[in-house]
Design a protein around this ligand. Structure first.
Ligand SMILES: [Zn+2]
Length: 411
């Protein structure tokens, strides 16, 4: 087959699969109407997608009609699975999602990864990946790839963690250890804020989903990502979105990045704990487990603790100052507060929105409603990782068969 024809076939397979993913169950005729191809062409493509285990045909869509034309197509719940993993400062998590985006297996363990030798942390994560992949296989799914979320700078299109200050990792290639967990399958590594933003784009549950937004999340550092016209803005090196190191007060305290008065010094988890009169160790002891420190802050704020509320107000103000710059520069539809910041939203938002109202040029884009709180909570990056694998399958279903041919896993 000539190359252009083959490329067109690949694109059309993806068009059909995306149509069913977005609007299924659909009859072949409705798919044809949606993608603008003939019914005969769509039928050939559908047959191929069924053969590859990506689509399944349900019974007749209406009682009384028999045979293929009336039967409905939907994504195969026993098809490919995306495996997502997350390396947090104090936890490791892995999940598997099916083509329809449902989480079919998940595990999370507390793990003090900060300043820990990298080897054991990656070995533990690889073991969890193997466990979850095995569980997905027991569910009838076929793992199609692994994506890993890391709280640090990841070199574009590589598995090299250039710098993860809050893990104390520098120049760590996580590829070899993790590739061994799922041999032969594609591995991608990305910044957790990027994956959190992509999860919001693909699975945020907003109707219509915003296609231009700035997504801000946090663990210990502050991460942000920019989505413009439905695409993640990566930057030359893949480092775009380092909002945590945008100066809020140029004369402020020194930051690990070499600058002064960065947003992280005011709105990072440790800064907020300090301003609340709590030490991170104290907070972890009072509220052990992943997300414990944030949970403690949220609890205290809900109880009316004045010091905590003041600290969160200060963090909201700093976020607002930094975000106003981003909003003025990029003109997004909205700012999404995600990740570990979501439980704190009620106390961050008033000051954040106040600063946006003060500083954003367009009054329609500032003030109340300028900020959306993510519904995905702290799971955003993990889900984004798993969904990025599924998205790659939806974007190029033929690529899956090629990968299977290489690994000999069969489609
Ligand atoms: Zn900094």
């Amino acid at each position: 087959m000539p190359n252009t024809q083959q490329a067109m076939r690949r694109r059309n397979l993806s068009l059909v699969l995306h149509a069913v993913a977005a609007h299924g169950p659909l009859s072949r005729a409705s798919v044809a109407a949606r993608v603008g191809l003939t019914r005969a062409a769509v039928s050939t493509l559908v047959d191929e997608l069924i053969r590859d285990g990506l689509l399944v045909e349900l019974g007749p869509s209406r009682p009384g009609t028999v045979g293929r034309p009336g039967s409905a197509l939907q994504l195969n719940e026993r098809g490919p699975a995306g495996i997502g993993a997350e390396i947090g400062v104090d936890h490791l998590a892995v999940c598997a999602v099916d083509l329809g985006g449902r989480v079919r297996a998940r595990t999370e363990v507390a793990s003090a990864n900060r300043d820990r030798t990298v080897g054991p942390a990656l070995a533990r994560l690889a073991e969890l990946v193997r466990q979850v992949a095995a569980e997905a296989v027991r569910e009838g799914l076929r793992p199609a790839g692994l994506a890993v979320a890391v709280p640090g700078l990841v070199a574009r299109d590589s598995s090299l963690v250039v710098r993860a200050p809050n893990l104390g990792w520098e120049g760590v290639d996580v590829g070899p250890a993790l590739r061994a967990a799922l041999p032969g399958l594609p591995l991608t590594v990305d910044n957790e804020a990027n994956l959190g933003a992509l999860a919001e784009l693909w699975r945020g549950g907003h109707d219509p989903a915003p296609r231009d937004f700035v997504h801000v999340s946090a663990e210990i550092g502050i991460g942000a990502a920019v989505v413009l016209d439905g695409r993640l803005l990566r930057g030359t090196h893949g480092f775009a979105g380092e909002l945590g190191h945008v100066p809020v007060r140029p004369e402020g305290p020194a930051c690990a990045c070499g600058g002064r008065g960065c947003l992280e010094q005011y709105a990072g988890e440790e800064a907020v704990l300090r301003a609340s009169g709590l030490s991170p160790e104290q907070a972890a002891a009072q509220h052990p487990g992943p997300g414990g420190r944030i949970a403690l802050l949220a609890e205290r704020a809900a109880d009316g603790d004045r010091r905590v509320r003041r600290a969160l107000d200060g963090a909201g103000e700093a976020l607002g100052i930094a975000l106003a710059g981003a909003v003025n520069l990029l003109d997004p539809r909205t700012v999404v507060l995600g990740g570990a910041l979501t439980p704190l939203a009620p106390w961050l938002l008033p000051a954040l929105e106040r600063e946006l109202a003060l500083r954003v040029a367009d009054p329609a884009r500032s003030g109340q409603g300028a900020v959306t709180v993510s519904r995905l909570g702290s799971d955003g990056p993990l889900l984004g990782a798993a969904h990025s694998v599924v998205q790659a399958v939806l974007d190029d279903p033929a690529g899956l068969r090629e990968a299977a041919a290489v690994t000999g896993s069969g489609a």
